[in-house]
Design a protein around this ligand. Sequence first.
Ligand SMILES: [Zn+2]
Length: 353
Amino acid sequence: MLHPVNRPDCIDALWLAVYIQEELLKLSLTLDLSDIRNLNSIFGTDTVSWLWKYKQKLIDPLKGFYSHTNSAEKNDILTAFRHDINYYKQYSDRTFTFYLQPKANLPSPLAAQVGGWFENFYDVITQKGFPASVSGYRCNINAQVINAETLSKNDGLYVCPVCDGTWMERTSTGILGSIDHFLPRSIYPALSVHPYNLLPICTTCNEKIKKDNDPLTYLHQRKLSETFHSYIQPARDSVQVQIGSSWAIVDKGVYPQNQLLIFPDIFDLPGRWQQDADEFDRSVRRRIRDSVDAKKDEGQDVDHNAFDRILLRLDQRLYEEWGGMGNSYPATWYFRWLCQNKKSDLLHEYTNG
Ligand SMILES: [Zn+2]
């Protein structure tokens, strides 16, 4: 969303889970999934052991709803799945739409069953783990591992990629974080374990603000190309925060307004930042004061020109803190607004000039 994030290798190892989903959909067109010999020859014994351990979630539901689904529908589901998992390559295609949206495209109860089966993969993998013997990765993958490896793959990023606040917390029992399906798995089940759709963000953004809201339809209709994405098209350097009676995120000539509305619509930004305006005011004024005092301590006069240079250096320092210090992004824009609109007050207050 706001900040760019590097995908950790363990998330990319989930491509194998996507492949398993696709193969199971394909096999169930012609084979009996309950015959373990059919699966052993395709997946190998390690993968089949894992599937069988969670058979009630990963095999039985598919077998169950496919027993009363006709061949044409099965083929449609497989085709739609294959189409949807390539979504991450289509960010520049303004005509792209998803095919496998069970709630919209399939009759219930089939819709709920199809969606539920895909979602089970996410639950099993994040809660019980995706074994190294299946993924080929160096360790078992679960939610903790995804969070921890995202942190270590993003040296220098210490803030939530969405809201610029506290991201993940290290506790004695591990790392507390929340993995967001940017496109909700309840609406886009083909993306339930898709490496491009899983992004660790803060629990407030994920569980209290965004919840299950769909970035493509909530409050305003948007194309996939009109969303921001921390792995593909982050917003940070292309937008700015406009300070006023109602704070807004505006573009720098790149994005249409409809696209920018994703911030207030889905994540309640920048309204959440505006609530902290007093805190930003205190913090940037304190930093101006400290810089002026430091100059005076060096015995230097702080005249109009020296004050300008102090503000310029502070602007640069705030920018360098983006991603490294909580709320430095909105604080920077607040600081810039202050410099533009209250410059003479600041000059008078800090330099007696
Ligand atoms: Zn957040």
